[in-house]
Design a protein around this ligand. Sequence first.
Ligand code: ADP
Length: 259
Amino acid sequence: VADRPAPAAGQAPASAGPLIIAVGSGKGGVGKSTLSANLAVALARQGLRVGLVDADIYGPSQPRLLSTEGRRPEAKDSKMFPIPSPFGVGVLSMGHLIDAGKAIAWRGPMAAGALGQLVDAWWGDTQVLVIDLPPGTGDVQLTMVQKHKPAGAVIVSTPQDLALIDATRAMDLFAQAGVPVIGMVENMSGYMCPHCGNVSDPFGCGGVEQAAAEAGLPFLGSVPLDLAIRQASDAGQPPAAGDSPQGAAFARIAARVAD
Ligand code: ADP
């Protein structure tokens, strides 16, 4: 996507439009944005033309994660062009439209309207649009599932009980709207101490795989709690862009999603 020339003014997006994959979670802070960015980059590395919409309107983090901070999208005919990231994924985020550090205090309908502009942009021949949803089940999520009809949803949770209960609510939202849940991802599962090599489970382990089995959903894989993931993410270098073991974990999940 990044290397593709932008469509000429007035050119309509591909008739069918990209397939939308929504990434949701019940709770914040479970790694939904990290997974969305790495899923998009890994899918692009697997040969798909991929875009990413940061629908986490109130706490956009994709500009940082995909190294497009401070960029502003260009627009033609009141539609925005995605900003090419260095990782082959075009991205649009509220973070590209507001000044860094400014709070967004919109009511639900305004936020949902803003999401529409990010999704109905010049995505051209993008095949897959990954949407990083806000946590929970509010107006933005509802608009997303009702109006933009994702082809599927990925739910991310930590193995912790509370996060899992909330994840179940997020799954209900998709089920009620007839959006198939592609599967569940366990993030922050198992922590290997970089000093002593001891593996511990701060948030438990295996809970998401069990929850997926109980819900009759595919389990797409787990990502360990790993300092290297946090550091790379903060530096705007998604692990999925490289060939580290951390990147491989995201690549495996992406391969299952692409299936
Ligand atoms: P959410 O989108 O669910 O709010 P984020 O993706 O923003 O969560 O992640 C929250 C914080 O946790 C970020 O600082 C991120 O770098 C970190 N993080 C996410 N997943 C991992 C992981 N597997 N290992 C270490 N840190 C992680």
